[in-house]
Design a protein around this ligand. Structure first.
Ligand SMILES: Cc1cc2nc3c(=O)[nH]c(=O)nc-3n(C[C@H](O)[C@H](O)[C@H](O)COP(=O)(O)OP(=O)(O)OC[C@H]3O[C@@H](n4cnc5c(N)ncnc54)[C@H](O)[C@@H]3O)c2cc1C
Length: 487
């Protein structure tokens, strides 16, 4: 949707101040510049820094609604920002205009211990929500590696994943309902098959709620979310099990999965290349593969499940590394990035491709990704897989690229594209949680999307966008929606 956008005049800014209050509207250059980027690889793509014309920090749904009414009338682009930890340029205002910084809308509106749900505003960080729910004996719905800074609104808009999805599901499974402000300022409740936002199942129409999950803010502004929660279990037990090779690791996981054992909350698998890098940092032995497997529930359930699982992993040569190793690995589960920095190569920036593939394609996929990274001569940090179920597994490869070498930009673009294309060829998807456009705002255009979606599918996406946002003001540029007209 390439629209002729309007420009904000001083009178328009005054209207916005009247709505949101002077303390929530920023127009000084030094306040605007930091909003020009997110966590995309910007070392090279500095030219993809896009500065908004005004930043607004709304504190209520009615603020958001009134701001959107003004923006829609004047055809001013509006981009939402949570913690800015996204890696697809999602919160970057490609066409300038209004940047809605949602972080002041960070309240917990309701904790329902009986029906096990929580209602929050979108700007709360994932870590704060976890900590607040702990006070009620409940478990937070989402813990990404970025949880101290990322927000629940950003996580819902990117359709995030986290370690505990074996029991809790990915965030898309945990959402019960949303409050969303549409492009024209209308406020709607979007539930699962009706407007009610705290039921997980009913049968009264379209599932509006999930339409907004993973929309990268292109269909509406999320102003509240109702999410499932669960009581903190009596026991949470982590094991690290090593295997002679990655194939045996996956076979053991498949066997355990098929036994339908209760209380397994995580399977995170690592391949030989990952183990080799880890051994360089920690001086540990190199194994062909490993899985971090977690059990939760009461003592009896955990003991039962662990014993059964143990039998299966031993069939494939699995060896439990013991509680100390497991606790350390769990404690440091998000530390792969600092680990890279620990190598003392500050010019190298880590990159993480995260295509989704089926469990049965995982070994083949990671092997292919390693070959591609080797072809381009980048520093391979190994493959890992966040295993959700057989049909949806995050197949990630991490690698470091020397960003002082300008020639690496083109090589990096080709490398990253080849990795995701390899996944698409296997029936996989470009991304599991980080998003489509990891190499800069609108950088790909439609080229990769066309490999995953057919023309009628892209047209359907475009028609939905047009129906909800006819002036194309919401986060224009994201998902290459600005290029879909006439596709
Ligand atoms: C070190 C590191 C570790 C990470 N680990 C994980 C991980 O484990 N799992 C995972 O899923 N991701 C992970 N990520 C990626 C990133 O943290 C997530 O995508 C995160 O959920 C983004 O949240 P945010 O608040 O930072 O969103 P932002 O980056 O601010 O925005 C992301 C998108 O959401 C939109 N948005 C934000 N708020 C709203 C709103 N209220 N309404 C509508 N749209 C909105 C924005 O417009 C943008 O399109 C990681 C990133 C880093 C840097």
């Amino acid at each position: 949707m390439k629209m002729g956008y309007g420009k904000l005049s001083q009178t328009d800014i005054k209207k916005l101040i009247d709505v949101a209050g002077e303390e929530n509207v920023f127009t000084n250059k030094e306040d605007l510049v930091p909003y020009g980027r997110d966590n995309c690889p910007y070392k090279w793509s500095e030219k993809f820094r896009f500065i908004p014309d005004v930043v607004i920090t709304p504190i209520s749904t009615s603020h958001v609604s009134e701001i959107l009414k003004i923006a829609n009338e004047l055809k001013i682009p509006v981009t939402q920002k949570g913690g800015g930890t996204g890696m697809s340029g999602g919160c970057v205002p490609k066409y300038g205009g209004i940047l809605l910084d949602m972080k002041k809308m960070d309240k917990i509106l309701e904790v329902n211990k009986d029906n096990l749900y929580v209602v929050v505003q979108p700007g709360i960080t994932n870590l704060r929500l976890i900590k607040e729910l702990e006070k009620h004996g409940l478990m937070g719905p989402h813990e990404p590696g970025s949880s101290p800074s990322s927000t629940i609104g950003g996580a819902l808009s990117t359709s995030g994943v986290n370690y505990r999805q074996g029991v809790m599901g990915a965030l898309i499974d945990e959402i019960l309902g949303l409050e969303v402000v549409l492009a024209d300022g209308e406020v709607i409740r979007a539930g699962r098959n009706s407007a009610i936002t705290n039921l997980s199942k009913n049968s009264v129409g379209y599932d509006l709620c999930h339409l907004f999950v993973g929309d990268f803010g292109s269909l509406g502004v999320k102003t509240a979310a109702t999410l499932k929660t669960i009581p903190i279990p009596e026991v949470e037990e982590i094991h690290v099990v090593t295997f002679p090779d990655f194939e045996s690791t996956l076979k053991a996981i498949l066997k355990i999965q098929r036994a339908m054992l209760p209380g397994i909350f995580t399977y995170t698998a690592f391949d030989r290349e990952y183990m080799e890098k880890a051994s360089q940092i920690y001086g540990s032995e190199v194994y062909g593969g490993a899985v971090l497997i977690g059990f939760m529930g009461d003592r009896e359930v955990v003991d039962y499940t662990r014993k059964k699982a143990e039998k299966f992993w031993e069939e494939y040569g699995g060896q439990d590394m013991g509680p100390e190793e497991a606790d350390a690995e769990w404690e440091n589960r998000f530390d792969v990035y600092p680990r890279m920095i620990a190598t003392g190569k500050p010019a190298a920036r880590w990159h993480y491709e995260d295509p989704t593939v089926k469990m049965t394609d995982l070994a083949k996929a990671l092997k292919k990704y390693h070959q591609i990274v080797a072809k381009y001569g980048f520093d391979d940090w190994g493959g890992e897989a966040w295993i959700y179920d057989q049909t949806s597994t995050l197949s990630a490869i991490m690698y470091a690229v020397d960003e002082t070498d300008e020639d690496n930009w083109d090589k990096y673009m080709k490398c990253a594209n080849e990795i995701v294309e390899a996944a698409i060829k296997m029936g996989g998807s470009i991304s599991n949680c980080l998003g489509y456009d990891k190499r800069g705002v609108g950088r790909h255009g439609l080229s990769l999307l066309k490999k995953e979606y057919s023309t009628p599918e892209l047209r359907t996406i475009y028609e939905i966008k047009k129906a909800l946002d006819p002036n194309g003001i919401l986060n224009p540029g994201i998902l290459s929606l600005d290029e879909m007209e006439g596709v």
